[in-house]
Each structure stands twice: as C-alpha cells, then as structure tokens.
Ligand binder design. Structure first.
Ligand code: 4AD
Ligand code: MG
Length: 431
C-alpha cells in the first residue's frame, strides 16, 4: 500500500493509496457520499458510491462528523472539476478519532468568535491558504538573499536599546537590569554588516503601540537586510528586486491558494521592478490636490494619506526624503538639504499601506552623536553602536519589511490578524 499526502496524489493516478486526513466537510444522499478531506498539504474530495462498496463502509462515511480524523484508502482519479485536478474513489475508512460538535461550522461566524478559536480556525481552507502564502514568502526571502550574497544573521530579542523610539517598548527585567523586547534588529545588523558585508535577519519584533488598526500587530515578524558600502539609491533597487521576487514566487508556487482566496492575480502580475519613486514634498503636493487640505509639510502620513498616494500607481511606490524631524536618529541627512533624510517608505498598492521602512545610515561619529543628543538619547547606551563609526566607518544602508503587511497585500486579506498564526493584538493574548 502506498502511503502518501494530498499534495502528492498526482503521482499515483489510478493507483490505490492511503492518506491520513481530517473530514473538513461532508455531503451525502442515499446513493453517494462526498467527503472534503484535508491533510495539511491540501484538500481533496473523497467519493463513496453506495452500490460500489460494502454497506458498512457507506454507513461509516455517512456518519462521519466534521474534523473526525481518519486513514482513508482509495483510488486516485483525474478530475477536471477539482481545484487540484484529482479526487479519491474511497474504498476504505479507518476512523482514528471521532470529533464531536466542532465549534467552527461551515456557516458564518463573527470575527471575535473566530479569533477566540484561532487554534482551530487555522484548519479552515482560507486560513490554510494564507499560511501557505506566508510560508512561500519566507522561503522566497531566504532564496533571494542567499542567491544575492547575503548572510543570515540573528540579532538578539532581549536588548538594552530602543532604535525606533522609547515610547513603544516592552520592558522586562533582565535579572537586575532593565531590558526591552526588540523593536528592530537594525542596530545589531549594522554591526553584522561591518563584519559580513551584506546581511539579513528574519525574526519577531515587538511594539507596545496602542494602535488598533488593520495594519498593526503588537508582535510582528520583520526581514531586515543591511548592506555595507551601499548608499541610498542602491538600497531602493535591492528593495524593488526583492519585493518583485517574492510576489512572482507566490504567483508561481501558490496558484491554488491565490484562487482559494479569490485574489485578483492580474494585479500581482504587474509587480515587476522598477517601482515608482516620489519625494515627500511631491507627496504633500499630491495630497493637497486630492483635497487633504489640513496636512502640512512636517506632518507624518496616516493610513488614508498612504492609500490616497498609492492609488495613482499599480506598483508599490517609494516615498523618499521625509523630514528629518519625523524619522529616527540613525537616518543620514541629505547632504544637499539637512531638513530631509535619505530614507524611503515603500507603500503597497490597493490600500495595504507601508510595507518597508529603510534608509541610508549616519556613518560619521560626530554627526551620529549630535543626532542622538537631539533625540535625548543617552550616549552611553549607544557606546558600542558609536564604536562602529570609530573603526573603518563606511556608508551603509538597510531596510525592514513587515512580513504580515506583505502577506496581507499579496493574499488580498483585509486585516493583518489573519496573516500570522497566533496574532498578538491590543487586548488579545489568547489563544
Ligand atoms: O518602519 P519601521 O518601524 O522600520 C524599522 O523598524 C527599521 N529599523 C527597519 C530597518 O531599517 N532595518 O518598520 C518596518 C516595517 C514597516 O514598514 C511595517 O511593514 C512593519 O515593519 N511594521 C509593522 N507591522 C505590523 N504591525 C506593526 N505594529 C508594525 N510596525 C512596523
Ligand atoms: Mg516606518
């Protein structure tokens, strides 16, 4: 007997196979039963025709409840109508564990109910598709950076410093010292870039932000590349090549998942490098033209502003050269204009907002000291970071891509809570 998975059934057309699976759904009449089976690798329909099988098997199939686990034996058949192209003509069922009263039924449930049952909700077809796309983005990320000469480096999660501002920190005790959960691995990645040239990290980051929007998580995952000898313009080309690469990888490797989610793939097919660039100054002007009369030079953009700017483009758009006063201490001021920094936010199309924040970094020690002081940061806490500017300092740049916002955009799901297995939100730490 061939033991296989739903993803592999295509290798065994017209052969008998055994699968471990769960019953996602069931339909039956007096003559035929249809089982929607799932095994984690995919979904397949099992068919049991009463007249072709022993009566006992047909009765077992009819009595199966949602989420009952079983081993199923059957013949793999080609089927044009199936999303995966195959179905299973079932001739044997071995129940492993009978599920009683599974709480998530095919009917509609409210979001809070589903969030309370996230540990079970993950089994649904839609959540399965989103998790597979998330996995593909992670896989393609490693592939892209490994193929382009980057070294993966893991920055610490328990830290003593606050790269993105002191108001959004989760503090904890580190024995007798104060520590924080990492908001960004960037400062450590700068050290790593001076040792290894081109590096990238992928890990969880934490923001004690009291934001309750469809774009904000308290715990999210970030990909943070950092590159020695790379200035502002080259940093943007790496970003557009990377983002185009992950979108094209998802299109190539997740067609079933995109279809399950009803994603308009023609929009994703257009995501190729290069991406458009506009300056912050032009963005302000564009917003005035669109009727956002209140926003002034020096103000930060909110979600409605980002959406309004992005709607003019089919591709993600870089907004560059933000006011120095809006951005963190480590960003390099424009040499021609000290009131703006050499930075860019990458705004996804279709209203998904900022997916990347990046910049060239200050590499002159004296300038960095004065920038730290302007931000009222303790120089002593940044001693090691300043030392990177004392021994062969070089221009360098990097960026951070928020994984969940990127998954939301590529999958076409409205809210980031569906893009991470167990979301940590304001007021939600369960399950
Ligand atoms: O713009 P941010 O704050 O940039 C940094 O942390 C830099 N240190 C990165 C770097 O240059 N190495 O965050 C980067 C990205 C944002 O563009 C967004 O996609 C995501 O991280 N992000 C969030 N995603 C979900 N929930 C939140 N609360 C997020 N905050 C930022
Ligand atoms: Mg940002």
């Amino acid at each position: 007997m061939i033991k296989t998975t739903i993803a592999e059934v295509h290798k065994y057309v017209d052969q008998e196979v055994k699968l471990g699976a769960w019953v996602a759904n069931k339909r039956s009449s007096g003559k035929i039963a249809f089982l929607q089976l799932r095994d984690g690798t995919g979904f397949i329909q099992g068919v049991i025709v009463k007249s072709d099988v022993p009566e006992e098997l047909f009765q077992t199939a009819k009595s199966l409840t949602q989420e009952t686990s079983l081993f199923v034996i059957g013949i793999v058949q080609k089927d044009e109508r199936s999303p995966i192209g195959y179905e299973l003509l079932v001739n044997g069922i071995e129940v492993i564990h009978r599920a009683v009263d599974y709480p998530i039924t095919p009917k509609e449930h409210g979001t809070e109910f589903l969030m309370d049952h996230r540990h079970l909700w993950l089994r649904s077809r839609r959540q399965h598709a989103v998790m597979k796309i998330r996995n593909e983005i992670i896989r393609a990320t490693y592939e892209f950076f490994n193929d382009n000469g980057f070294v993966k480096v893991d920055p610490p999660i328990l830290t003593g410093s606050a790269p993105e501002g002191t108001t959004e920190l989760f503090a904890t005790k580190y024995f007798d010292e104060d520590a924080y959960l990492s908001q960004s691995g960037q400062l450590y990645m700068e050290a790593a870039a001076m040792a290894l040239g081109r590096v990238f990290s992928f890990g969880p980051t934490f923001r004690a932000e009291k934001s309750k929007t469809r774009r904000h998580l308290i715990e999210f995952w970030m990909i943070e590349p950092e590159m020695a000898f790379v200035e502002f313009a080259e940093n943007l080309t790496v970003q557009e090549d990377y983002v185009a690469y992950i979108v094209q990888s998802v299109l190539k490797n997740c067609p079933i998942e995109l279809k399950t989610l009803g994603r308009d793939t023609t929009k994703l097919e257009k995501i190729t490098a290069p991406f458009p660039r506009i300056t912050y100054d032009d963005a302000i002007e564009c917003l005035h033209e669109k009727g956002f009369n209140d926003i002034q030079w020096g103000d930060d953009f909110g979600a409605p502003h980002e959406t309004a700017i992005a709607e003019d483009y089919e591709k993600p758009v870089f907004i560059t050269h933000f006011p120095t006063s809006l951005k963190p201490f480590y960003m390099q001021p424009d040499p021609n204009r000290a009131d703006v920094v050499l930075c860019a936010d990458l705004i996804a199309p279709e209203g998904y907002g900022e997916i990347i924040g990046g910049s060239e970094r200050v590499y002159d020690e004296e300038l960095l000291k004065s920038r730290l002081q302007e931000h009222h940061l303790e120089l002593s806490a940044y001693k090691w970071y300043l030392e990177l500017r004392q021994y062969g300092s070089v221009p360098h740049s990097g960026f951070g891509l928020g994984l969940e916002r990127t998954v939301a955009w590529i999958s076409g799901v409205e809210h980031v809570r569906e893009t991470i297995p167990f979301p940590r939100l304001l007021n939600r730490l369960y399950p």
